[in-house]
Design a protein around this ligand. Structure first.
Ligand code: FES
Length: 522
């Protein structure tokens, strides 16, 4: 329905050239350019400065002098800058100016916001992404729709498949539900969107196969093992054509593929869990794009069990024989990869008890992490160890506990891979755990750290999203483990990680390693 307002006489506007009026709670700029009359929002769509202070140039071009965005008032187009300037229809009735301030239909505003969101993400323009999501929600749209749109649009741009941008999205969306203010809600929506934009910035499309093969569990596993992207995707397509009942067998198959090797530093198992969580939250429309990226990420994952450092993994797995001596978590910390694998392969008892032990040991290692290691500037690249090398044991643990609940036969792989984390980090420990990080009140700790996530202050999404993912994983593990030493250790370790400084860039180290590498190359 139109909403016409009388905003004064035409003669007065023509005499002054421009006027700002208020109508229906909006601040509107009226401009007379010769015979031509225009009405537009007085707030620049960039940062809201008044366009009444702008410069009217030739051919009805209005320039906002704050940052030089330019708007063609005649066509309504934005010539320089991002957002479109809202204009209003103008009519002259008996010498009076009338403007129609009725908003376009909600569907049209939502569609426009989503289109603009795509443009903003292509420009990696965080503030504009925030504005477009806010506009979409203000127009009554489902708050999760922008991220659905971004997932569907971005999937083929991930050359090597899924990244943490998708994996952290379910945790951000959980934070959206838990948010205490509109600002926190919007933050939790924009952060995963901006992460997707960051990870796919200036990427071409690497299309996925559209072929569909009837689901075949064993053949899918072979395609994944032989790194046959096209065949594996075709099986996924075939399974999805059966509808949502395909998700359960797909989830089991992906968990097996993710744990078939100690690979990608645990990311495959983490992604194999988070992909299905994301589908659960966002719905069937994202199933294909998310699972396509998951397939590709597992196929491209580096299989660390094939490098000398972890080659003993296969032997330990085949020697799996839980007939050795029990041990404490502290006894596992500091063992080499091979020693940790042998010890875990022989541990007696149930698998969940062993999982508790390994999770506690990995958390204990976080309390013994020699953080000075992360600051070195003159060691070889193999010593580039940082907090995330430790925290992945927690997020990996959280993921594999769920995988193994559905498929207990995967426990040996899961537990031995947790041992790999322990052994891999063993050279970077100090002698004593730093118990000053002990958390006296878990509920207050989670409340404080969750609140901090909405304003993490970290530029690179990869660092910020890990804080979100670790806290979400730890909350689940602590709830599962209950009160006791395991939860105490995991909470203290997480506290230390979240509240230790992060060195986000290693310029001197990179230079040192580049010079060493170039010096030694042929
Ligand atoms: S506020 Fe107008 S260009 Fe920035």
């Amino acid at each position: 329905m139109p909403e016409w307002f009388d905003v004064g006489s035409r003669a007065e506007l023509e005499a002054k050239g421009r006027r700002v009026v208020k109508a229906g709670g909006k601040q509107i700029l009226l401009i007379a350019d010769g015979e031509r009359l225009f009405a537009c929002n007085n707030r620049c769509p960039h940062e809201g400065y008044p366009l009444s202070e702008g410069t009217l140039g030739a051919a009805c071009t209005l320039t906002c002098n704050w940052h030089n965005w330019k708007f063609d008032l005649a066509s309504g187009e934005t010539l320089v800058g991002g957002d479109r300037l809202r204009q209003y229809p103008v009519e002259v009735r008996e010498g009076r100016l009338w403007i129609d301030i009725a908003d376009p239909p909600a569907e049209a505003r939502q569609a426009r916001a989503l289109e603009n969101l795509e443009e903003a993400s292509d420009d990696n323009d965080y503030e504009r992404m925030a504005r477009e999501v806010a506009r979409f929600v203000k127009a009554g749209g489902d708050p999760f729709e922008p991220i659905r749109r971004m997932v569907v649009r971005s999937a083929a741009r991930f050359e090597y498949g899924m990244t943490h941008a998708y994996a952290a999205a379910p945790d951000w969306l959980a934070l959206h539900k838990a948010a205490a203010s509109d600002e926190q809600k919007l933050t939790a929506l924009v952060e995963p969107i901006a992460h997707i934009a960051w990870d796919t910035l200036r990427e071409d499309e690497y299309p996925y196969s559209a072929a569909a093969s009837p689901w075949d569990d064993a053949a899918f596993a072979r395609a994944m093992e032989s790194e046959d992207d096209g065949a594996a995707i075709a099986f996924v397509n075939g399974a999805l054509s059966a509808g949502s009942e395909a998700l359960a067998p797909l989830k089991r198959a992906f968990a097996r593929a993710a744990l078939a090797h100690y690979q990608d530093f645990g990311h495959s198992a983490i992604y194999a869990r988070k992909a299905f969580e994301l589908i659960d939250v966002l719905g069937a429309s994202v199933a294909a794009p998310v699972l396509h990226t998951l397939t590709r990420s597992i196929i491209y994952a580096s299989r660390e069990d094939r490098i000398p450092e972890f080659r003993h993994y296969a032997k330990a797995l085949s020697a799996w024989s839980p007939a050795g001596k029990p041990c404490s978590a502290a006894e596992l910390v500091g063992l080499s990869v091979n020693a940790a694998l042998d010890r875990v392969a022989a541990l007696p008892g149930g698998n969940e008890a062993k999982y508790r032990l390994l999770l506690e040991a990995n958390a204990l290692a976080m309390l013994r992490f020699d953080t000075a290691v992360d600051l070195h500037t003159s060691k070889p690249i193999s010593h580039n160890v940082r907090w995330l090398d430790f925290t992945h044991a927690l997020t990996f643990g959280n993921a594999v506990r769920e995988h193994c609940a559905g498929q207990p036969e995967l426990w040996p792989q899961a537990l031995l891979q947790l041992a790999c984390f322990l052994g891999r980090n063993a050279p970077y420990l100090v002698r004593e755990a730093d118990w000053s990080w002990e958390v006296p009140d878990a509920a207050r700790f989670f409340a404080r750290e969750r609140a901090a996530l909405y304003d993490h202050g970290i530029r690179e999404p990869i660092f910020a999203c890990h804080r979100v993912k670790v806290l979400a994983a730890v909350a689940e593990e602590v709830a599962w483990a209950g009160e006791g030493q395991l939860s105490t250790t995991v909470l203290a370790a997480t506290n230390r990680y979240l509240n230790s400084p992060i060195k986000g860039h290693h310029a001197l180290r990179a230079a040192h390693q580049a010079l060493s590498f170039v010096e030694a190359e042929g």
